[in-house]
Design a protein around this ligand. Sequence first.
Ligand SMILES: Cc1cc2nc3c(=O)[nH]c(=O)nc-3n(C[C@H](O)[C@H](O)[C@H](O)COP(=O)(O)O)c2cc1C
Length: 198
Amino acid sequence: MQEAPFQTPFKLAQQWLAEAEDGEVNDPTAMSLATVSADGAPSLRMVLLKACDERGFTFYTNFESRKGTDLQENPNAALLFHWKSLRRQIRVEGRVEIVTDAEADAYFASRPRTARIGAWASKQSRPMEGRFEFEAEIARYTTKFGAGDIPRPDVWSGFRLVPKYFEFWRDRKFRLHERKIYKLNDLGQGWDIEEIYP
Ligand SMILES: Cc1cc2nc3c(=O)[nH]c(=O)nc-3n(C[C@H](O)[C@H](O)[C@H](O)COP(=O)(O)O)c2cc1C
């Protein structure tokens, strides 16, 4: 497929995401998120991309989870998309910022009711006695909110990774792959583009 001459790496990422929506069986918006704790220990997990625009890549989570704690202590992070069916990956590196309350409220309100209750009931990444404990919390919040509104918990919100670096990797025959890099220039206003050896 012929690629348009993209002005920004965001537009290219959006095109690849759109193609993944068509070509990937499960979770085309799933991405690995790498964080580093205050004492320098890296960790990885999957999250779902909820927005990609010229500001960055947004995902939502519990701010008291391991990733939430890491990112509040050290905002440096990396994302990786890998679409097996398309044989492509995108690497993104940068720093996270916290989304506005209005953005988080709007996304939270769009989630199914049971998922909103789950956000209240789950003390994500902390020890639990057993599944019964979680189920009891779900029952407690289901009763508490009844048929009324479910507000967003204070500890549940979004991070936006604001990129400084992108790599678009595409499979080519005989492992002679393509790698295209976009680096934010020193003024932070434009992108330097280069290709690197596979
Ligand atoms: C495909 C997939 C998508 C996921 N999406 C999210 C997500 O958007 N937000 C989230 O908090 N956890 C998500 N999870 C769960 C995380 O991978 C992880 O188990 C959880 O957030 C706790 O991570 P932590 O202890 O490093 O904070 C997802 C898991 C998978 C497999």
